[in-house]
Design a binder for this molecule. Sequence first.
Ligand code: PMP
Length: 403
Amino acid sequence: FVRSTKHGVHRGMSSVTIPPPACMLRPLEVPFRYLFGPGPSNVPPRILAAGGRPIIGHMHSEMFGIMNDIKKGIQYAFQTSNNMTLAMSGSGHTAMECAVFNIVEPGESVLVAINGIWGERVAEIAERMGAKVHTLFKTPGGHFTNAEIEQALAKHKPVLFFLTHGESSAGLVHPMDGVGDICHKYNCLLLVDSVASLGAAPLLMDQQNIDILYTGSQKALNAPPGTAPVSFSERACHKMFNRKTKPVSYLLDMTHLSNYWGNDGKPERIYHHTGPVSGFFALRESLAILAEMGLENSWSHHTEIAEYLWKGLEDLGLKLFIKDKDLRLPSVTTIAIPEGYDWKELLAYIMKHHRIEFTGGLGPSVGMVLRIGLMGYNCNKANAAMALAALEDALKQCRKSKA
Ligand code: PMP
């Protein structure tokens, strides 16, 4: 009961009117799922264990040592020697916003290649911070020739060009050769999204002249969601550290983040925000696994398993959404929705009876595709066979549905 006094609620007496919720008095329950969608993917025990290590302070010297390891791991995964390499405290979108907010000033021109949802997102982010946004457009599954890109660069003279390497909503891996050179010819920086492709499809940041590259933790890297590696070239640093206006976001301001990650050459690191310590432990372990396996092995392994999956899908009579094998994203396979089926019913059946997550399309590819992702730890023949068996079963059981 509550006893009031002249000075308000009596010390030690409760003034709460909302009781503890019943759900909070029950233990946490998390089902097991095979995460064979476009992410997150299942996290191997070694990475889960790393994330479960005791917390240390975000400014402890040992933590800075772990962050330095992460930086080295990202430099290897991205194939870059950029000093301005770090992990964002946040998901892939955080890195996306960080790149746009720091590189572009209001009123500057930006060119965005849209061939699925990720270009749409970047265009919206750039628009919100006051950039002049121009777009190159293809329906999902389409890609851009270097000639098309060059023409648009010459016309719009953007300071930044955005391209998605692994378009997970369409299942397309975009050719990268020559794009960086064309951008530099027009004094434009190249920003590339590799959230769905890093570790699964070849990408060489320095050799391909990419200025800003980011990825996510939860796809082929197999870490839990919530951290996002990003790297900036010298050229990109020159632009973002010589701007007239401050970036719109304090949290994502690279002046602060570069100090937090020890990249600015200053002797002292000053508190900016409290990074996700456990998330960084897990990310370090996932980058260690990639380094142990070797990037080239990881790329060829993803291709081998993807080809096994593609053959199995075609044997089931299904049509792959991306016709050209070389343009198929090995980590996320898109299947044209088979005629006579309700895609939502197929997915629900597979989840209910096989505990497997596949997904439908995303953004502009909704209603066009089913998506199967086999990434990193999940990428093996046994899982591909399990995915095929589940799909075969669903195709038998859901046959009579209306499309
Ligand atoms: N880009 C691509 C290509 C993606 O696949 C995703 C995640 N599905 C993102 C960006 C966004 O990442 P996040 O959900 O971690 O913010």
